[in-house]
Design a protein around this ligand. Structure first.
Ligand code: GLY
Length: 378
């Protein structure tokens, strides 16, 4: 994007300058944590864009628009950016065909759908998240209510459900669809034929069964860890993000992934940009990569370079044999969706993948920049 000097405001290099009038697109100076003072150049106006994981341009839940289209259209009509992103991901959460998010998400090992979500408003500097919540089809809306209605950032389990009930959300006994229940039953049948296996064999067998189900077309490889992350920037440079998931298929009940953890599955700094993830949450939780990516961008890295730095950190920190393939590389997929406050963006991934983008030219699914060629298990 071509932004000339007049489109920028150098905010706060001198406090008086910032106070005298020139301000960022948000009417406030961005803040350099290391220096303790605002220093960054921020565009006064940007071309709006919405990015997401590829399922954000696949599912329509019987409607006419995908997640990225819906969010983009609302943002360009002047909607609050976070409200628009949450409306976008609601399409995927509610669509029973996406087995990685919301209603019809693949359940845990007990056959119960437990959902995680987080959201951050870059301008308002508000955040909310829920983890292991049951019975609510749209956990992103509950995360938004945590951000808007409470002094807290993260509610979990029964407490999150009670909060949702009190906020007027419908609580359902079971979010399984016939498909998600059938897949769980098939997994149970395969993993536990005699009902008892020793824990070590069970873990090994669990992974093998998962890979067999992928090969046989019963499980989408991308849905083992599922998730949608969606980030957007408005013409005024307001950046927000949301992540929502049913988490790892067949997880131990109570397992929480990276999606609801601020700094892991999502991080937004309104003056810098947003980053979010899909893929193996444990690897991201260990490295808090969304925070790392935003901090890399704060230091001047492009979205692509910032995302690549995170993937390299994860690869370096993956040393257990069970997590490495024959080439000694991570044997799992992990993707980051990265957007800066200027509207520049990148999708980066451990292995080949795609991500969704919506601009004034409409929605597109494009290739990510991959750290390694091929597939995780090759
Ligand atoms: N990235 C989603 C999860 O691991 O739960």
């Amino acid at each position: 994007m071509n932004i000339n000097r007049r489109d920028f405001v150098l905010s706060g290099a001198a406090a008086a300058f910032a106070a005298a009038g020139p301000k960022t697109a948000f009417g406030q100076a961005p803040f350099d944590v290391a220096q303790g003072r605002p220093t960054m150049l921020t565009p006064r106006s940007v071309k709006p864009v919405v990015i997401s994981s590829s399922n954000g341009n696949r599912f329509k839940n019987g409607g006419t628009m995908t997640c990225v289209e819906k969010a983009f259209s609302l943002i360009t009509k002047g909607s609050d950016v976070l409200d628009a992103l949450v409306e976008g991901v609601n399409i995927v959460e509610l669509d029973p065909l996406d087995t990685s998010v919301g209603y019809g998400g693949l359940p845990n090992a007990d056959g119960v759908v437990q959902l995680d979500s987080s959201c951050i408003h870059g301008l308002k500097k508000r955040a909310g998240a829920v983890a292991a919540i049951e019975g609510v089809r749209t956990p992103s809306r509950v995360a938004l209510a945590v951000a808007n209605e409470t002094d807290h950032h993260l509610l979990v389990g029964r407490g999150a459900q009670e909060f949702a009930r009190n906020m007027g959300f419908t609580i359902e006994d079971d979010l399984n669809t016939d498909t998600s229940r059938a897949r769980w039953l098939e997994w149970k049948r395969r993993i536990d034929p005699e009902h008892y296996l020793d824990p070590k064999k069970r873990a090994e067998r669990g992974r093998q069964v998962m890979l067999d189900m992928v090969r046989e077309g019963l499980l989408d490889e991308n849905h083992i860890y599922g998730t949608i992350n969606c980030d957007g920037v408005s013409p005024k440079g307001e950046v927000c993000g949301v992540t929502t998931t049913s988490g790892l298929a067949w997880k131990i009940p109570g397992r929480v992934g990276d999606s609801p953890i601020l700094g892991a599955g999502l991080y937004v700094d309104g003056a810098v940009g947003a980053a979010g993830s899909t893929g193996r949450g444990e690897a991201n939780l260990f490295n808090l990569c969304s925070f790392l990516i935003v901090e890399e961008m704060r230091r001047g890295a492009s979205p692509k370079d910032a995302g690549m730095a995170a993937l390299k950190r994860i690869a370096a920190n993956t040393i257990e044999k069970r997590l490495l393939n024959d080439k000694g590389r991570p044997n799992f997929g992990l993707n980051f969706y990265v957007l800066n406050a200027k509207g520049e963006h990148a999708g980066v991934s451990m292995y080949d993948a795609t991500y969704a983008v919506c601009t004034e030219n409409g929605p597109q699914t494009v290739r990510t920049e991959a750290l390694y060629e091929g597939k995780p298990t090759e």
